[in-house]
Design a protein around this ligand. Structure first.
Ligand code: NAI
Length: 308
């Protein structure tokens, strides 16, 4: 199984790292526009193989799309990351141009690939990729909910003082500080609703911390995070390549689900070898429905900015 990761920067390299350590794919091609950069990252990663015991072959290339031929999955992380004080929305103009040309190039050499979009503003970039390529909607998946949900589980586990892996929780809606919706009502600790352990005030704090989770890290690191984003991409790629049919919140094109049309936004999906195999239209409460509609409006506004 072959995966191409376009953009060998922090998130791209971290994702290649997890894919190889965990043996998710037999081959990973890292591609970047910076001369020699992807080659360097690939070489550094390959020199981990003997000490960590992986067999994945990682190759780095500078803009040579021919080397990405016949990829099963292509991950697009190329773009510029958010700087401190910069919103995801401000990234839109720059990253839109990059994502569009990258999608065209990868499909020339891998016409059957499933595309995972990571570049921000991710919901809009996913929408743009779908529109620009004309691919069926199951083959373009925006990664955001996997990361936001893992951050939600992290903050819940801290509030509960229990391991994250015992906490189940999901974030839907737009992948933005003000648009994401941590579903506190459905969060559970080993099957028990977390509301049995945490007060409404504590849950509200957890939800707020989750929503600014990315910005908190950007403030601390001076650039946006990469370990958890890379691991979240690898988790999604694993479910596709190994047909795991995991339920993962992903940004996908809606066609009536959740009362929305012609928009890519985070909803729970079954992810397998065909990409988005099912969108789960779960019953939301009235307030969750209202939050989802608001989130969709915000994402739609941003999509509109792109065409103006
Ligand atoms: P980075 O700056 O470390 O890496 C980006 C790489 O893309 C650079 O190496 C750059 O040379 C390359 N690049 C730029 N234009 C290119 C092109 N036309 N073709 C090939 N490569 C190109 O940035 P980082 O931290 O890896 O973030 C990448 C993107 O992912 C950003 O847009 C960031 O906002 C987004 N992101 C999204 C997340 C999500 O949950 N969806 C989470 C974290 C980051």
């Amino acid at each position: 199984m072959k995966v191409t990761v376009v953009g060998a920067g922090n998130v791209g390299a971290s994702c290649a790292d997890v894919i190889s350590y965990r043996g998710i794919a037999s081959e990973v091609v890292l591609l970047d526009i910076r001369e020699g950069f992807a080659e360097g990252k690939a070489m550094d990663l390959m020199q981990c193989a003997t000490n960590t015991g992986f067999n994945t072959v990682i190759t780095g290339v500078t803009n040579d799309y021919a080397k990405t031929a016949n990829s099963d999955v292509v991950v697009i992380t190329s773009g510029i990351p958010r700087k401190p004080g910069m919103t995801r929305e401000e990234l839109i103009g720059i990253n839109a141009g990059i994502v569009k040309s990258v999608a065209d190039n990868v499909l020339t050499h891998s016409p059957n690939a499933i595309i995972v979009v990571v570049s921000n503003p991710m919901d809009t970039m996913t929408y743009l990729t779908l529109k620009a390529t004309g691919l069926p909607k199951n083959r373009v998946i925006g990664m955001g909910g996997a990361l936001d949900s893992s951050r939600f589980r992290y903050y819940l586990s801290k509030a509960l003082d229990k391991p994250s892996n015992d906490v189940s929780a999901m974030v839907i809606g737009g992948h933005g500080d003000t648009t994401m919706i941590p579903l506190t009502r459905l969060a559970s600790y080993n099957g028990i609703p977390v509301s049995q352990f945490l007060s409404e005030e504590e849950l509200a704090k957890v939800a707020s911390a989750t929503m600014v989770g990315g910005a908190t890290l950007t403030g601390l690191l001076g650039t946006s995070a990469w370990y958890a984003p890379g691991a979240s991409v690898a988790y999604l790629v694993d479910s596709i390549l190994n047909d795991q049919k995991k339920m993962i919140a992903c940004s996908v094109m809606l066609d009536g689900e959740y009362g929305q049309d012609d928009i890519c936004i985070g909803v729970p999906c079954i992810i397998g070898k065909n990409g988005v195999e099912q969108i789960l239209d779960i019953n939301l409460s009235d307030s969750e429905k209202e939050a989802f509609a608001k989130s969709a409006d915000a994402v739609r506004n941003m999509n509109g900015d792109l065409s103006s």
